[in-house]
Design a protein around this ligand. Structure first.
Ligand code: SAM
Ligand code: SF4
Ligand code: SF4
Length: 376
């Protein structure tokens, strides 16, 4: 009686409240971290909930009926998200990706899109606002999202075969509804639509060719993602990773491909074009080919914790600054301090480590942040 109950979910990941520097220098848009990397891309997780249970992200055995998701009082409000987004943009962010969990489960998401779409960079440019979704609710929401100012969507789709797809989402969701969502996105002008396929050897690698055949020549860009050791619950094993080089080896005999130049620095996907002009594919090789050197991405969790790397086990509690009445100038200066000190390059270090010692440091795995909480 009379005790303060701290919601369990709030304690899930360690976060420190950022220090406010004594000198409140204004943002210049030229912020760089310790490895010289600018801040350009902000991924915002708008919910930690999802209607799918993909085994590589939210395995059913862990995320079951007893799992405690964040209470709504923990979530950043749309106003709080927008306020933080302005600070990030002042420091150089040009692209915002909404993610989750399943972002389309967050009620009224189009209002957030509208608020974010009003933000301009210091030189008056519009932001590139995108969304990653499992596509299940896209058929219903694509038009409203486009009208609100969303520019593009990326849809995750791991198989075309209905039985394989239902098994992978583990909630028996039919593939036809996701394909209808993709069509709705195209009709609403949310293109070019990217399709993300996480490849798990032995689970859906036999779907590589059917997926490529289906999306070739459609104007959509299919991207093959190596199954990553993110989080601590998916029981990741290296032998379930199909290296991108092998994806390419499987495609080349059917449809020869040639590499394309990257269009932007820090791009996660390596781009390859079909020689016969049927469009392009992307290879995201986070396991076999680290791309930390140009990593300009920051991630904001559903409850306002800032993570500097997908594999970080500690965040910075920006919500605490918002809710303790700090001014925008103070938050701007705090963010400058955090980013300037960043030196994360997990994938690069893991590659070096497994080349020399064979494996990643298992002592830190248990503390890693989960993908559904931080967003992809
Ligand atoms: N629910 C939405 C979706 O699935 O698109 C957005 C959030 S989801 C965490 C973002 C992306 O992360 C998806 O494309 C998903 O396939 C990918 N992802 C999740 N866990 C992964 C893992 N272990 N390895 C590689 N990609 C993963
Ligand atoms: Fe949900 Fe996306 Fe994670 Fe699948 S990958 S469980 S759809 S958040
Ligand atoms: Fe960026 Fe971390 Fe991924 Fe490297 S491991 S690319 S630093 S998010």
């Amino acid at each position: 009686m009379g005790e303060t109950v701290i919601p369990l979910a709030d304690l899930r990941y360690v976060a420190q409240v950022p220090a406010i520097p004594e000198q409140l220098a204004p943002a210049t848009g030229l912020l760089a971290d310790r490895l010289g990397r600018p801040l350009r891309d902000l991924r915002i997780s708008v919910t930690d909930r999802c209607n799918f249970r993909c085994s590589y992200c939210m395995p059913k055995e862990v995320f079951d009926r007893d799992y405690v998701f964040l209470p709504s009082s923990s979530l950043l409000s749309f106003e709080e998200i927008t306020r933080l987004a302005r600070v990030f943009v002042a420091h150089g962010v040009r692209k915002i990706r909404l993610t989750g969990g399943e972002p389309l489960l967050r009620r009224g998401l189009e209002s957030l899109v509208e608020m974010l779409a009003d933000i301009r960079s210091a030189d008056g440019e519009e932001l590139d606002i995108t969304l990653t979704t499992n596509g299940s609710l896209l058929a219903r929401k694509a038009r409203a999202l486009a009208a609100a100012g969303l520019k593009r969507v990326t849809v995750s789709l791991d198989a075309l075969d209905d039985a394989v797809f239902r098994r992978m989402n583990d909630v028996d969701f039919p593939v036809g509804d996701v394909l209808a969502g993709i069509d709705a996105a195209l009709e609403a002008g949310l293109g070019p639509v990217k399709v993300n396929m996480v490849v798990k050897r032995g689970t859906n690698d036999h779907e590589i060719l059917p997926m490529a055949r289906h999306f070739r020549g459609s104007g959509l860009v299919l991207r093959f993602i190596e199954y990553m050791d993110v989080g601590a619950t998916n029981g990741w094993r290296m032998d379930e990773v199909l290296p991108s080089a092998q994806v390419l080896e499987r495609l080349q005999p059917h449809w020869p491909l040639r590499p394309l130049e990257a269009t932007t620095i820090g791009e996660t996907a390596e781009r390859w074009a079909y020689e016969d002009g049927a469009g392009e594919i992307g290879l995201i090789s986070s396991v076999t080919q680290a791309f930390c050197r140009d990593c300009n991405r920051a991630r904001l969790s559903t409850e306002g914790k800032l993570f500097l790397c997908l594999f970080a086990h500690q965040g910075y509690d920006l919500r605490a600054l918002l809710r303790s009445g700090r001014t925008d100038d103070e938050i701007t200066a705090a963010l400058a301090g955090i980013w300037s000190d960043r030196q994360d390059r997990y994938s690069e270090l893991r590659s070096a480590e497994s080349a020399s010692a064979g494996g990643s440091d298992t002592s830190t795995v248990a503390r890693r942040v989960e993908m559904h909480y931080i967003g992809g």
